[in-house]
Design a protein around this ligand. Structure first.
Ligand SMILES: Cc1cc2nc3c(=O)[nH]c(=O)nc-3n(C[C@H](O)[C@H](O)[C@H](O)COP(=O)(O)OP(=O)(O)OC[C@H]3O[C@@H](n4cnc5c(N)ncnc54)[C@H](O)[C@@H]3O)c2cc1C
Length: 379
């Protein structure tokens, strides 16, 4: 597949692979056991510029493409989806939105320190009663002189408990539905802002998912991102970029699971021969490899379209849907090939299996991806 990449992209992919092997892989099992956001991972990624990968150099970033972001996501997820999610949320969701929709002053205030890794970002859209259908959002923003006053709560926010800069979606008028949604920046330490429950999750245990509370949080009007009422459009366009990262996460995780299954099947002997000699095992691995390659290609197409400035909402929904399904299927088969040993904590297979499920849920469930794709097919 590498033949489809430019020389620079291949070089970047190799650098990422080396970085992940040396700096991330040795720590991921411990980070998973600790069951809290692995802030060291964020610091390590900042040290190699990943915190500002797709941000132009004049704003403290690396000036990379969305193809670079996709390739980085694949490599990081080979070691840990948690780690890929920390950076995907920071760079793909929050910073991507802040850079694209922020004005010059906002880029200087928020994008530059975040791109340099001095500040961690999160993206707060979901609420208890408004998630797949965000038009039912009940977090409000009321204008009071030269301030906005935010009230409400968000849930399941990745990086939320440690974030310095939070991109918050709130409605200026609930009666307006989607047309009332507007985007704001709330900074850690602002009076009235607090972190609530940090969830105990099935998987991606080295990434956090936190409840964020806003109780008469006053922010200057300068913290409004984009126009009033354009928040829904902004949220969806940011999610396109985020879904590209998630599709990379599925490919990376599934690739790691297949590699482990191939290696184990050559070592493990049953009935007097390595289990890789059994056709039943071989065919499972063939299906896994085919799914992974197809998932990679769907993500690759979406990334190329995005970098060419073309619409890619349908293509990235296809990539995310297929990669999530692939990760679920491949991690299940890889664990099966390991038999009982795959079920034990000593090997990473059980973590792969637990982690895969999130790919069918966050940044739009698989049902919502199908909705996006079917609407495009029928339009
Ligand atoms: C670990 C984790 C991290 C997250 N990180 C973030 C984050 O950083 N920021 C953020 O804003 N959110 C985040 N989320 C929220 C996530 O995006 C939502 O959980 C997701 O959008 C689904 O919403 P829900 O859980 O409320 O499910 P619901 O919307 O209640 O859906 C329940 C079920 O109904 C199905 N469904 C809903 N509508 C339809 C339909 N029209 N047709 C068919 N089926 C439908 C869904 O697919 C699902 O199966 C995170 C979630 C998790 C679990």
């Amino acid at each position: 597949m590498d033949v489809l990449l430019t020389e620079e992209e291949r070089m970047f992919q190799r650098q990422m692979r080396d970085f992940v092997k040396a700096e991330i892989e040795p720590c991921v099992a411990e980070w998973d056991r600790r069951n809290e956001l692995a802030f060291e991972a964020f610091e390590k990624m900042a040290s190699v510029g990943l915190t500002g990968l797709t941000v132009p150099e004049e704003y403290g970033g690396q000036g990379g493409s969305l193809m670079d972001a996709y390739l980085a996501s694949v490599e990081l997820a080979r070691a840990s989806i948690s780690v890929a999610s920390i950076i995907g949320t920071h760079t793909g969701l929050a910073l991507g939105g802040l850079y694209r929709y922020g004005n010059e002053e906002q880029r200087r205030r928020f994008v530059v320190p975040a791109a340099k890794g001095e500040k961690l970002c999160s993206y707060a859209l979901t609420e208890r009663e408004a998630s797949s259908d965000i038009s039912r959002m009940s977090t409000t923003a009321r204008k009071d002189g030269d301030e906005w006053v935010i009230n409400g709560a968000k849930c399941f926010i990745s990086n939320g408990d440690r974030a310095d800069i939070i991109l918050v979606f709130a409605t200026v008028d609930k009666q307006l539905g989607n047309k009332g949604i507007t985007v704001f920046v709330v900074e850690k330490g602002t009076p009235g802002f607090s972190v609530g429950k940090v969830e105990d999750k099935l998987g991606i245990r080295a990434e956090s998912a936190a409840e964020l509370m806003f109780d008469d949080v006053r922010i200057p009007v300068e913290n409004q991102i984009g126009e009033v009422g354009k928040g829904m459009r902004i949220a969806l366009s940011i999610l396109d970029e985020g879904r590209l990262d998630v599709s990379g996460q599925g490919v990376g995780l599934a690739s790691a699971a297949l590699d482990a299954a191939i290696a184990y099947s050559k070592e493990r002997q049953q009935f007097g021969q390595p289990i890789c000699e059994f056709q039943g095992i071989q065919w499972m691995m063939v299906d896994m490899a085919n799914q992974i390659d197809a998932a990679w290609l769907l993500g690759y197409r979406a990334a190329r379209l995005a970098d060419q400035g073309q619409r890619f909402s349908k293509e990235v929904a296809q990539a995310k849907l297929f990669a999530a399904n692939t990760a679920m299927d491949v991690t299940r088969k890889a664990l099966q090939i390991h038999g009982g040993y795959g079920y034990m904590k000593e090997l990473p297979l059980e973590r792969y299996y637990r982690d895969a499920k999130i790919l069918e849920i966050y940044e739009g469930t698989s049902e919502i991806q199908r909705l996006v794709i079917s609407r495009a097919l029928l339009s």
